[in-house]
Ligand binder design. Structure first.
Ligand code: SF4
Length: 365
């Protein structure tokens, strides 16, 4: 992949990154920039924890099916959104509102109402996947930032530029399928900002197109906003073992003392070829720290931490660690190394207590 510039063959922007700044060009102007640390907020305490831990931006959803973390007890009421955005404003932090599920024909009003609320309460941007909503937000609120959700699965420059041309998107959240050379190649063909996942749970399917749960529950995360709806989840003791089920389908069985995961099909332990194992995906978290310079120097604008469903303590710990790592990079890009203490801290919050560089280091497609 000839377009890829390694750390030791740096682009002009990366050279300036070594001096403590990143720049990008827009309309012939060189604009100084620094990669953003973007933290998840499943509720107001987590939002405040993210801000206090040094996030540059946060993202959250309203308490309904308009976003893909539609868990009981999670997300924001209108009053909490107003308070959260005010807290962000006081601290110079951007607040992005997620509406990344697909409106249903019977009643799409919640999705349009959510765009209206985000604009009314002063959010920095809305994160949207559906074209009708993109059109609505673009035409109705031209000053509201429009970020293309990962759920839209735009992973090449033609797709990204299409959304920019027709809906004026400012940023695209890239699916977790690209390696660094591919991100570099994409960046060279678009001036849309790139947001990439830096830490958190992995999704093994093409994002926005996963129908795994619908085979078992009749609903998909793209519509219901959650991979395993709580009403279908069962935890049952069976003798010495704990079983997790989704709509009566056995997803995993745990020995005494073993930590049981929330049952999602992609991370289930099933029997295949006479073995019981994680057939689709071993629980592990994406963690880009060991490739942080390469990812920043690829020209990304934002490093996203996954996990709106996780605790306030998770949000605080991961945001703080990512903040330290990004600051350490800018302090001395050439000598940056991922500290063992950062990796250990993050591993403690990881699914399965392990981490992976995911597709960032892969050469396959
Ligand atoms: S079921 Fe698994 S693969 Fe499908 S969307 Fe959910 S996390 Fe991703």
């Amino acid at each position: 992949m000839g377009l890829y510039k390694s750390r030791f063959c740096l682009s002009a922007g990366a050279v300036r990154a070594q001096q403590g700044v990143l720049t990008h060009e827009k309309n012939g102007l060189e604009i100084m920039d620094r990669v953003e640390v973007l933290a998840p907020a499943g509720n107001l305490p987590s939002l405040k924890a993210a801000v206090d831990a040094g996030a540059d931006a946060v993202y959250f959803g309203f308490r309904n099916a308009t976003n893909a973390r539609n868990f009981e007890g999670l997300n924001f009421s209108e009053a909490e959104a107003i308070e959260g955005i005010a807290y962000c404003d006081q601290h110079g932090v951007k607040a992005n509102v997620v509406l990344n599920t697909y409106p249903q024909i019977e009643d799409p009003s919640a999705w349009y109402d959510t765009v209206d609320m985000a604009a009314k309460y002063g959010a920095n941007a809305v994160i949207v996947a559906n074209m009708a909503l993109l059109k609505y937000a673009h035409e109705r609120y031209p000053n509201l930032g429009l970020h293309l959700s990962v759920q839209a699965s735009a992973s090449n420059y033609e797709a990204v530029n299409f959304y920019q041309k027709h809906f004026g998107i400012k940023r695209v959240i890239l699916p977790r399928v690209l390696n660094v050379p591919e991100i570099v190649a994409l960046k060279e063909k678009t001036d849309v900002e790139l947001e990439v996942f830096a830490f958190g749970g992995l999704c093994v399917m093409a994002e926005g197109r996963c129908y795994l749960s619908s085979y078992v529950t009749g609903v998909s995360p793209n519509i219901e906003g959650v991979c395993s709806p709580a009403r279908h989840v069962q935890f049952q003791n069976e003798g010495e073992k704990l079983q997790t089920r989704l709509n009566d389908v056995l997803i995993a069985e745990y020995e005494q003392g073993e930590e049981a995961a929330y049952p999602t099909i992609c991370k289930g332990r099933f029997e295949a070829n006479d073995h019981i194992y994680h057939v689709m995906e071993e629980p592990s978290s994406l963690n880009i720290l060991e490739m942080l310079p390469e990812v920043i120097e690829a020209g990304v604008a934002s490093l996203k931490i996954e996990g709106r469903q996780r605790t306030k303590s998770y949000v605080s710990t991961v945001t703080k660690t990512m903040r330290q790592a990004v600051d350490a990079y800018y302090a001395n890009p050439e000598r940056f190394r991922a500290k063992g203490s950062w990796l250990r801290t993050l591993n403690q919050t990881s699914e399965g207590s392990t981490h992976t560089l995911g597709t960032y280091q892969e050469n396959w497609q």
